[in-house]
Ligand binder design. Structure first.
Ligand code: SAH
Length: 251
């Protein structure tokens, strides 16, 4: 059997959209998680829900590597925009990752992961470049297919693809005060979510390449929860599956 590529989704709606593209998936349950093995555009694929938060994400990453021997991991999800100009409907492809709630100071510098001597972990350059190409391709074509109702409901216009620092922590950031505090502490952060940096640490431990793309669902402020389910259904899950589709059809 060939070594599979892992397609990880943060939320049910996104996984459902990926599974809809897989004709022959078989389910296997490990650690209470359903892993779906099958094929997508000729690639051997394992699709799974990461679960929300860093612990769930780290367990899922470990199971993918230990039990399925995956040699590449691609993660899609949503995130709250932090950086200037990172707007709802834009896409962020991570170049590096940091756990914003890691703080063992004063023993270690704030954000440094004890035992690693570092606070950031890198995305894999090769699959990240492929994911950027796939995302840009989708951003050129998809928004016009979403319909004016959806575009107006979320104020989407000319969505952009950003690349840079993605930060994760075990909090849904939904107050302007917290968002401002994160921006002040980590001015380079483009977006915040709850899983990717945990995946990055596990992938670093095992030497497995990781690439992550996140659709911006909110601005991590007082309005962050507004219409979140509708955004997942009508925008983010369609972005994710289209980006995965474009990624796996690249040569
Ligand atoms: N209502 C959802 C739960 C969302 S939890 C449900 O029913 O399942 C938030 C998810 O979106 C996580 O996967 C996280 O990575 C991402 N996310 C989006 N915006 C975020 C924000 N502002 N802060 C933190 N995580 C965010």
């Amino acid at each position: 059997m060939t070594t599979p590529v892992a397609i990880v989704s943060a939320l049910h709606e996104e996984l459902a959209a990926v599974l809809a593209l897989m004709p022959d998936e078989q389910q296997q349950t490990i650690g209470g998680r359903a892993f779906w093995r099958g094929h997508l555009h000729g690639h051997d694929v394992v699709a799974v829900l990461s679960g929300i938060g860093k612990v769930a994400a780290a367990t899922t990453a470990t199971a993918l590597i230990e039990r399925f021997g995956v040699q590449r991991i691609v993660f899609t999800g949503v995130a709250g925009g932090l950086g200037d100009g990172v707007n709802v409907g834009d896409v962020v492809v991570a170049q590096r990752f940091l756990q914003h709630d890691m703080d063992a100071s004063p023993i270690f510098p704030r954000h440094e992961v004890p035992g690693y001597g570092r606070s950031t972990f890198e995305a894999d350059a090769v699959i990240t470049a492929q994911l950027v190409r796939a995302s840009e391709q989708v951003l050129r074509a998809l928004p016009s297919q979403l319909g004016t109702d959806v575009l107006n409901a979320f104020g989407l216009q000319a969505p952009r693809c950003h690349q840079g620092l993605l930060i994760s922590g075990d909090r849904f950031v939904s107050t302007t005060a917290e968002s401002l505090a994160l921006r002040e502490a980590l001015p380079e952060a483009l977006a915040v979510e709850m899983e990717s940096a945990a995946f990055a640490q596990v992938c670093h431990d095992y030497g497995v390449p990781l690439a992550v793309v996140r659709t911006i669902s909110d601005r991590a402020d007082d309005a962050a929860h507004v219409d979140f389910p509708r955004f997942l259904r009508e925008v983010a899950s369609r972005y994710s599956s289209a980006i995965i589709d474009a990624f796996l059809t690249q040569r």
